[in-house]
Design a protein around this ligand. Structure first.
Ligand code: ADP
Ligand code: MG
Length: 257
C-alpha cells in the first residue's frame, strides 16, 4: 500500500511532450518523473501554462507522449499498442468544466458510462448511481437536470459520475476553478472526505492539479511544483508550501498571495 512495497500504482518516467513543429514547437512536459502510490494523493501545483493539464491528459491517454513511460501498475500504457479503453476504464478524470450532459437527468449522467460502456443492466447501474449520489450528498437531486443544480452540486455530480465505475485512480483537473467562491468549499469538503473515508472503505488514490493551496496542504501526501514542464520541487505540503527550497517555488507562492 505504500511506495516501499512494490511498484507505485502510477509512475511517470521522463515523460516528454511538445506541441507544434519547427519554430512553433513548444515543449510542455520536459522530462517529468512522478509516482503515485496506491491510496496516496499527489497534488500538482504551478502557474497557468506550466503543463498540469497536459500531465493529467497524458495519464488519461487523451494526449500521446513523445517519449518516456506512463506506468500503471508497472505496465507502460503510453505504448501505442495498449488497449486505451481498458486503461481508461481503470481511471476517471474530472475537469474544471463539469461537462455533465445537459439533456440528461443527474441519475442518467451517472449511469451512462456503466450502461453504455460497461453494459451494466439499468436497474443495477441505477442502484450503484444512487448509492454514489448519496455518497456525494445529492441523493435528492437524482431526477433533476444539471441546470437545476448549483455549480458546486454539478461538480459533485461529475465526481459521482467519475467514481461510479470504481476507478483505481481519480484525476482531478482544477475542479474548483470554475466555481463561485462560496461553492468551492462543498467540493473541497467532498474531496477531503474521499481522502479520509474513501468509497466503500477504500481511500481514493488521487492525482490532483489545483490552485487551492489550502486544499493541497490538507490532502496531499506529496506536493509537486511544476514550472515550464519540469518538476522543480517536490515534498510534503509543509516542506514545499511553507518552506520551499527553490527560488521558483517561492516566487510562485508569493504571486498567489
Ligand atoms: P496548465 O494546465 O498548467 O495551465 P497546460 O497543460 O494546459 O497547462 O498547458 C501547458 C502549455 O501547453 C500551454 O502553453 C498551452 O498553451 C500548451 N498546450 C496545451 N495543449 C495544447 C494543444 N493541444 N496544442 C498546443 N498547445 C497546447
Ligand atoms: Mg490546466
Amino acid at each position: 500500500m505504500n511506495a516501499l512495497q512494490g511498484a507505485p500504482l502510477l509512475a511517470l518516467r521522463d515523460v516528454r511532450k511538445s506541441f507544434g513543429t519547427g519554430v512553433d514547437r513548444k515543449v510542455v512536459l520536459d522530462g517529468v518523473d512522478l509516482d503515485v502510490a496506491e491510496g496516496a494523493c499527489v497534488v500538482v501545483v504551478g502557474s497557468s501554462g506550466s503543463g498540469k493539464s497536459t500531465l493529467l491528459r497524458v495519464v488519461d491517454l487523451l494526449e500521446e507522449v513523445d517519449d518516456g513511460q506512463v506506468l500503471l501498475d508497472g505496465e507502460d500504457v503510453a505504448d501505442p499498442w495498449v488497449d486505451a479503453d481498458a486503461v481508461r476504464a481503470r481511471l476517471a478524470m474530472v475537469f474544471q468544466q463539469y461537462n455533465l450532459f445537459p439533456h440528461l437527468r443527474v441519475l442518467d449522467n451517472v449511469t451512462l458510462a456503466p450502461r453504455v460502456v460497461h453494459k451494466v443492466p439499468r436497474a443495477e447501474a441505477e442502484a450503484a448511481a444512487l448509492e454514489m449520489l448519496e455518497r456525494v450528498g445529492l441523493a435528492d437531486k437524482a431526477r433533476a437536470y444539471p441546470d437545476q443544480l448549483s455549480g458546486g452540486q454539478q461538480q459533485r455530480a461529475a465526481i459521482a459520475r467519475a467514481l461510479v465505475n470504481g476507478p483505481e485512480l481519480l484525476l482531478l483537473d482544477e475542479v474548483t476553478s470554475a466555481l463561485d467562491p462560496e461553492l468551492v468549499g462543498e467540493v473541497l469538503d467532498l474531496l477531503l472526505s474521499l481522502r479520509s473515508e474513501g468509497v466503500a472503505g477504500r481511500p481514493t488514490t488521487m492525482l490532483v492539479a489545483t490552485h487551492e493551496m489550502g486544499f493541497a496542504r490538507e490532502v496531499a501526501d506529496e506536493v509537486v511544483f511544476l514550472h515550464a514542464g519540469r518538476v522543480h520541487e517536490r515534498g510534503t505540503p509543509d516542506q514545499v508550501l511553507r518552506d520551499p527550497r527553490q527560488e521558483r517555488t517561492r516566487e510562485f507562492l508569493r504571486r498567489l498571495r
